[in-house]
Design a binder for this molecule. Sequence first.
Ligand SMILES: [Mn+2]
Length: 315
Amino acid sequence: MKKFLKLMKMSSSVAIFAHEKPDADTIGSAVGLRRILMAMGKQVDMFCESDIPESFFFLEEAKTFNKKFGEYDLLISVDVATESMLGKYKDLFLNFSNTIKIDHHLNGSAYAKRNQVKPYSACAIAIYDIAEKLKVKIDEETATALYFGICGDTGIFRNNNTDSYTFFVASKLLEAGANIRRVYNGFFDKKTVPTVKISSSCLLYAETNDELGYAILKASKDDYEKYDVDPENDLLGNTPNTYLSCGYKIAVILKEKDDAIHCSLRSKLEYDVSKIAAIFGGGGHKNAAGCRIIATLEQAEDFLRQAIEKYLRSR
Ligand SMILES: [Mn+2]
């Protein structure tokens, strides 16, 4: 019996931590693990540095984060690669005697007393493994939460990290009753009329370069105002992909926010936009990266255009 599984069995009250600025994987993993531990008769609460966006509330339990912090035997972080992503809970976590980190990022840090890190496509898969090892039956709601986490980190089975074990676990979750329509309708396909309008406007007024094969989209403060869209919930991150579908090699969107210009960069398989994001102190993956540039929208556009052109001409 692995020690961390024993530790889970022995604990009667557990606090689970999701990472700041939560995504589908950390929320799905937290809710899934909570339900697995509750099925074992434990009392479980969930915490996150950030307020949980309403977009996650199609999972009822996502509403239950950040209640009063109580007394716990065990603290578990899920999908939290580094201790700083615990936010205000960092010191508490680091100083606690019984802590487990469950994660899938190999480049993180071993900040817990026990660190369980597997190179899976999503942390939710590691949670599935734990349910199997603890011999806890996964119910429909747990299966839906874990399926949600997998969809989030694999771009709904499209990203390069989608491997055969991802499909194996997804099929097991489907057998356990995962409601996949609820995941798509309730989250991934969800749009609002204002976000559809601002995304249409960004696509319509994009600057395209057919010779080199790139497109630059922009959402200005005026656009956010005109279409009445909250810049923190604009659903614009993947909008550039439409231009990739049209054959462009690189497509980016620049969003004018209060602190800086936020840039999301997307590319076709053979082009590496993380290299371009790195020039501006950003990072991410080969085909999906991001950076922030402190400048006016026009200046940022110039900087990015030059960097993209230099990259494409060097290939
Ligand atoms: Mn993850």
